[in-house]
Design a protein around this ligand. Structure first.
Ligand SMILES: O=C(CO)COP(=O)(O)O
Length: 251
């Protein structure tokens, strides 16, 4: 059985006070980590404080991006070892917004996945197609190539520590969700890609999230599908009641 993982991606939202208030309010209310992995991926500037607030609770804190080098002359960047030094547990890598607006390439994502594992941080590796690609029946081709590139050069044991997030770009922040069956079909395809690269056992154990307009009203149906092991949630993770409602929908 794969344990569900529900991760909030706050993107570039919330002030410091709002972030602190949210985390203090939810930390004791998240379900047990035996049942679900509850994660908040916050803006980097808030991470040390939020890690402290969430310490010894079932809430984990993640980053939304990082560099692949541990140190160097990279003004404005944050390194994997820096994140590890403040006990950040997760990092989102290759989000479509980073690929689109910040030129994040498949090659950079692959290096970042390596760097995350080296530093004991769980990577949440994002993939997903544009509306044009979906309409041209290129969804499988796109996600297969992104996943293959991101997972290049690892051992099956290393892949077991990764999470993949399938986020169709046309469903992000638009209110349009892929149908649960469509999302499941693509997540199943991703599992096949992992199986082709690393074998059946690894494919069966890797967790694959769906992301794109996930809300308390639609998460149950998504999670009921065979290949969907959790959700990566933007908008609906910003409100504490809605975030807790998402977590409490896990059976
Ligand atoms: O991009 C997303 C999470 O990473 C999805 O965002 P929304 O849930 O706001 O559609």
């Amino acid at each position: 059985m794969r344990k569900p993982i529900i991760a909030g991606n706050w993107k570039m939202f919330k002030t410091f006070d709002e972030a602190v208030k949210f985390t203090e309010a939810v930390r004791e209310k998240v379900p047990s980590e035996e049942k679900v992995d509850a994660v908040i991926c916050a803006p980097a500037i808030f991470l040390p404080t939020l890690v402290d607030i969430a310490l010894e609770t079932d809430l984990a804190i993640g980053a939304q991006n990082m560099h692949y080098e541990n140190e160097g002359a990279f003004t404005g960047e944050i390194s994997p070892s820096q994140l590890a030094s403040i006990n950040v547990d997760y990092v989102i890598l290759g989000h479509s917004e980073r690929r689109e607006y910040f030129n994040e390439t498949d090659e950079a994502v692959n290096k970042k996945v390596r760097a995350a594992l080296t530093n004991g941080i769980v990577p949440i590796i994002c993939c997903g197609e544009t509306l044009e690609e979906r309409e041209a029946q290129k969804t499988e081709e796109k996600v297969s190539s992104q996943v293959t590139a991101a997972l290049k050069g690892f051992t099956p044991e290393e892949v077991n520590h990764m999470v993949i997030a399938y986020e169709p770009i046309w469903a992000i922040g638009t209110g349009k969700t892929a149908t649960a069956d469509d999302a499941n079909a693509v997540c199943g395809k991703i599992r096949e890609v992992v199986e082709g690269l690393y074998g059946k056992e690894t494919a069966e154990s890797i967790r694959i999230q769906y992301g794109g307009s996930v809300k308390p009203e639609n998460i149950e149906e998504l999670l009921s599908k065979e290949h969907i092991d959790g959700a990566l949630v933007g908008g609906a993770s910003l409100d504490q009641d809605s975030y807790l409602a998402l977590l409490n929908k896990v059976q």
